[in-house]
Ligand binder design. Structure first.
Ligand code: PEP
Length: 249
């Protein structure tokens, strides 16, 4: 099976920069070794959708409202995201959990609203440095998963990707080790097994994110139990991300 590679631009790249990026990426992406989802800013999604039409590159959003529509100034609904070409949405990113104080309950509602609108979800889970230091990594991952996936039907997990993103590894240059990633993937699949089924625990896509780069991606993405990666900083360098996407095994 091909690896799943997801790019999270965060609050970077304006529409004209996005245009340049997508034009070059789409022209160079072979699609033979990896499935690629790029998540630019909301304001670049319509343009990115135009530029990726008839290509193998898929689009995702970085956030979504938990509400369907209405008086929620500044929010963007799942239906709106679908209408401008997004197929996926990142939910529960640690920056939203920590900087915007998003709770597991809100994240769960965002997932349900998104799935209902036909968007697939990339649910990020992962412990912080403090949790790691006191040996609570597994406990944190379990809680975020159980609360994030609460009330979902098993067949809905086909539209959910779990990203293991330890907060201490994001944007720090301090990636998790293969052993740590393997352990986290085991915990994630165990929680899915206990809350859904053996089949679901086998089939669900689990990816790793946190300071991935051209050097460490091959080993980390080939960790047992890992189906791909979520790339932040390095994904802004189109040639580095393209190189990873065209060469990963
Ligand atoms: C992220 O923000 O999801 C991420 C993985 O960032 P970075 O690759 O920069 O650590």
């Amino acid at each position: 099976m091909k690896k799943l590679l997801i790019a999270n631009f965060k609050m970077n790249e304006n529409p004209s920069e996005t245009k340049l990026y997508f034009t070059k990426f789409v022209a160079g992406f072979s699609g033979e070794r990896a499935d690629v989802i790029i998540c630019p800013s909301y304001v670049s999604l319509p343009l990115a959708s135009f530029l990726t039409a008839n290509s193998a590159v898929k689009l995702g959003a970085q956030n979504v409202s938990d509400e369907d529509a209405g008086a929620f100034t500044g929010e963007v609904s799942a239906k709106m995201l679908k209408s401008v070409g997004a197929e996926y949405v990142i939910v529960g990113h640690s920056e939203r959990r920590n900087k915007f104080k998003e709770s597991d309950k809100l994240i769960n509602k965002k997932i349900k609203t998104s799935l209902k609108a036909g968007l697939k979800c990339i649910l990020c889970v992962g412990e912080g440095a403090l949790d790691k230091n006191v040996g609570k990594s597994q406990e944190v991952i379990r809680k975020q998963l159980e609360e994030g996936l609460r009330g979902l039907y098993e067949n809905e997990l086909e539209s959910v990707v779990i990203a293991y993103e330890p907060t201490w590894a994001i944007g720090t240059g301090n990636n998790a080790s293969v052993k740590e990633v393997e352990q986290a993937a085991k915990v994630i699949r165990k929680v899915v097994y206990e809350n859904f089924s053996e089949k679901a625990s086998r089939d669900i896509q689990v990816i790793y994110g946190g300071s991935l780069n051209e050097r460490n991606a091959p080993a980390l993405l080939n960790t047992p139990g890992i189906d791909g990666g979520l790339f932040g900083g390095i994904s802004l360098d189109y040639s580095a991300f393209l190189n990873i996407a065209n060469s990963i095994k």
